[in-house]
Design a protein around this ligand. Sequence first.
Ligand code: FMN
Length: 110
Amino acid sequence: MLEIEHRIVQGGMQSVGYAELTSAVSNAGGLCILTALTQPSLQKLREEIERCAAMTSKPFGVNITVFPTINSPDYKAYAQSIIDGGIKIVETAGTPAVREIVEMLRPHGI
Ligand SMILES: Cc1cc2nc3c(=O)[nH]c(=O)nc-3n(C[C@H](O)[C@H](O)[C@H](O)COP(=O)(O)O)c2cc1C
């Protein structure tokens, strides 16, 4: 289903899940996950998705973790960047608000 060679998933890791790690794991036949909120802005996330896509032709995903904070990032805007970036695999975790993200992604086959 994920079109990977080895059933090994490198989960999202805040401050670690950059294009270097993601492309290395995906090039080795696993599935790696860029961490969306490691990027300080939507533009930076778009650039990181493009950078990773240039470093691997294999599938990779993006993680959005919905933290229970007062000043939340615009999670839906991050999800839209993922859709626009052509990503087909998203790993998510966190508060029940995750459901809204999933509902946004599903119609795009993610
Ligand atoms: C440094 C670090 C950062 C992590 N950041 C996130 C994160 O932002 N979002 C998330 O869902 N999980 C995060 N995780 C959890 C990992 O994706 C993974 O679920 C966890 O390390 C358990 O993996 P394991 O089952 O292989 O032991 C992080 C883990 C580590 C070690």
